[in-house]
Design a binder for this molecule. Sequence first.
Ligand code: PGA
Length: 247
Amino acid sequence: MRKPLIAGNFKMFKTVAEVRAYARGLRHSLDGLSGREAAVCPPFTALAAAAEEFKGGPVAWGAQNLHWEKQGAFTGEISAGMLSELGCRYAIVGHSERRQYFGETDATVNKRMNAALGAGITPIVCIGETLQERETGQTIVVLERQLQGGLQGLAPSASIVIAYEPVWAIGTGKTATPAQAQEAHAFTRGWLAKNLGQAFAASTRLLYGGSVKPDNMSSLMAQPDIDGGLVGGACLEVESFTRIVRY
Ligand code: PGA
């Protein structure tokens, strides 16, 4: 019932020319993809090029962030409407790097999520604990707080994706074990069932992120509550992202 989604987060990597070359390669290597969905989130500057290159192919595209206002005097910001004009299907919201370096809070995550939904874009809402929070036994409390704040007021008819990304596993080469990831995902699905209903919980895709690689993807995907991946470093090469998507 939940079609796996594997999304690549380019972060601040790749020029327009590099995204064009990558997109041509990925389109080709994922030709005929079925039974799962692939998406990439390049930098804003390369979204128009990505839209041109991926159009009509098996790969969707999305943004790494967006602002909650429709327009206005917000220097440096990009609105949901600007992204939907470029055909973005997804927008990452509340990535831990934005929480850590750019003052993102659960309240602003909530506003961004609503802006995306209002423009017909599916938000990929990121949650996850730091190493210190894990080591002091606060993982579940943190996830609950992020879900409560980030998803506040969400209508059960809305369609979102949630990415569980333990901060200590991002870019560190230290993946959560499949069991650790499954535990967090099972908690998240339970929370969704309790707060948004069984149907919402059963249909919402929960992605794992944090040092996903071609050789750990299969064991993560074998877990009952892991419905895909949000991939940083290993999505930057066509070959390794292809292997992850085709796990
Ligand atoms: P990583 O990043 O795969 O490089 O750990 C994941 C992410 O930040 O989404």
